[in-house]
Design a protein around this ligand. Structure first.
Ligand SMILES: Cc1ncc(COP(=O)(O)O)c(C=O)c1O
Length: 451
């Protein structure tokens, strides 16, 4: 690290990067845009790179370390499991999966109750779709056009955000997009509530027109995180559930980014009391260890089971992941983290609102609890999106020791700070963002930034 705190590249970093370029498969372009920091350790809300520089991690890693990096209770649970049983065949029950199913079954809202455990958000969503197909006998599925469900091959089918279908061959038959209720930029140019949720009505008309009569499910995030931290307007989720059930479809909520206390409720679906037929959890479920969950009602489980469901992978319900899952559920409950996230979210939002009073380029602030986003506009009147601006701001924040994500063609910043973040760390993050916005505006005014 340089004396001014700036990121420097020494011989060790160069050597590590050269090794990665030679041996690591390059699955993402941004990761290999050297000089990006190379991380060696993390604790709570801070990660440290090879030069010793510290970063406040307002991404929670890939949103999976929201309970804090290297949480001791997760480490203890994993260590104990490592010394007793790591893996178990998935045609046999093991104590850790039963323990976790019970713990989770006791905190999910009824009628949800029965769980199975997988390893990623993608395979939890794929399991949910598999179950919905078996339980309904249909195969057609739909998801909002800014939804993110993962990059597994079937999960990618119902991931419409960011153009991640390009170059991956023909889509699966019977997969449809419906309209995301993005009220700040209503695709129908209407206003809530006088719109009376026309976006949903039109979506269902289109779905009915395209369907071959074998509808199975709609899968949606309750807040569209990757899509731009978009919260559906009040009533949309309830109306969607009704529309699904009228058609014999199941409703699946993907709570990868919103569940487990993150948005101030135990699960985001409880915010408006709309309980889906199937819920999936991943990301910080398990405290950073790769474990995910698919939870359904007993009724759905019975139908799928009776129809001869066969589902699971080599590591489905493995004791190691389940031990971490149970530790994360206990952490959430014992430490009252949902209520804590609500209070922390308010503290953070006050900072964002404060910045919005000074910077006209902040067009909208969205989100709840520990999931917030800022959308930049060229001016508030026209709401013209300020594409590219968030990249400039985000790069400066990284340089100053703050990780965050840049979304929506770089017109948005997204913040997912861990539950361990202190008020002093929020204050520091706000200072870094504030000065980075000011510098990015100055650079543009002086003709030094991209316009
Ligand atoms: C809402 C949501 N669902 C699912 C996934 C996919 O999870 P995974 O990458 O673990 O497959 C993501 C990933 O970012 C996500 O944001």
């Amino acid at each position: 690290m340089a004396a001014d705190g700036n990121h420097v590249v020494g011989p060790r970093e160069q050597e590590l990067f050269d090794t990665a370029t030679e041996y690591s498969f390059r699955g993402r372009r941004d990761k290999f845009a050297f000089p990006v920091p190379i991380i060696v350790s993390g604790s709570g809300s801070v990660v440290v790179d090879t030069t010793g520089k510290e970063y406040l991690d307002f991404n929670s890693g890939q949103m999976c370390a929201a309970f804090g990096h290297s949480h001791p209770k997760i480490a203890d649970a994993v260590e104990a499991s490592l010394r007793t049983l790591v893996h178990c065949g998935n045609t046999i029950l093991n104590t850790k999966e039963i323990e976790l199913a019970k713990e989770l079954g006791q905190i999910v809202p009824r009628p949800l109750k029965k769980s199975t455990f997988l390893t990623s958000g993608s395979d939890a969503n794929e399991a949910a779709l598999t179950v919905a197909k078996k339980a309904t006998g249909g195969f057609e599925v739909a998801a909002p056009h800014l939804n993110m469900a993962g990059l597994g091959d079937m999960a990618r089918q119902v991931t419409f955000v960011d153009g991640w279908h390009t170059g991956y061959g023909p889509g699966q038959p019977g997969v449809y997009a419906i309209i995301t209720p993005y009220c700040y930029r209503c695709p129908l140019k209407l206003s809530y509530p006088s719109c009376e949720l026309q976006c949903l009505k039109l979506s269902m008309e289109l779905l009915d027109a395209q369907s071959c009569g074998e509808l199975a499910a709609v899968l949606t995030e309750p807040i569209f995180s990757a899509g731009g931290v978009i919260e559906p307007p009040p009533g949309w989720l309830a109306a969607l559930k009704e529309a699904c059930h009228e058609r014999g479809m199941l409703l699946i909520f993907d709570e990868a980014q919103t569940g487990m206390g993150k948005t101030g409720d135990m699960f985001a679906c409880e915010h408006e009391g709309v309980i889906p037929d199937i819920l999936t959890l991943s990301k910080h479920f398990g405290g950073g260890i790769e474990v995910s969950a698919m939870i359904s009602t007993p009724e759905v489980e019975e139908k799928a089971f009776a129809a001869g469901l066969v589902m699971g992978h080599s590591h489905t319900n493995d004791p190691l992941g389940c031990a971490a899952g149970t530790a994360s559920v206990r952490l959430l409950v014992d430490e009252g983290l949902a209520a804590k996230a609500k209070a922390m979210g308010k503290y953070w939002r006050d900072h964002l609102e404060n910045m919005a009073q000074r910077y006209e380029v902040i067009g909208d602030i969205r989100g709840r609890g520990l999931l917030h986003g800022l959308e930049f506009v060229r001016d508030r009147e026209s709401k013209e999106a300020f594409f590219g601006f968030a990249k400039d701001v985000g790069d400066r924040c990284n340089q100053k020791g703050l990780f965050l994500s840049v979304r929506r063609k770089a017109s948005m910043l997204r913040f997912v700070p861990p539950f361990t973040t202190t008020n002093a760390q929020f204050d520091l993050a706000a200072e870094i963002i504030d000065s980075s916005i000011a510098e990015s505006l100055d650079a543009r005014a002086n003709g030094k930034g991209a316009s």
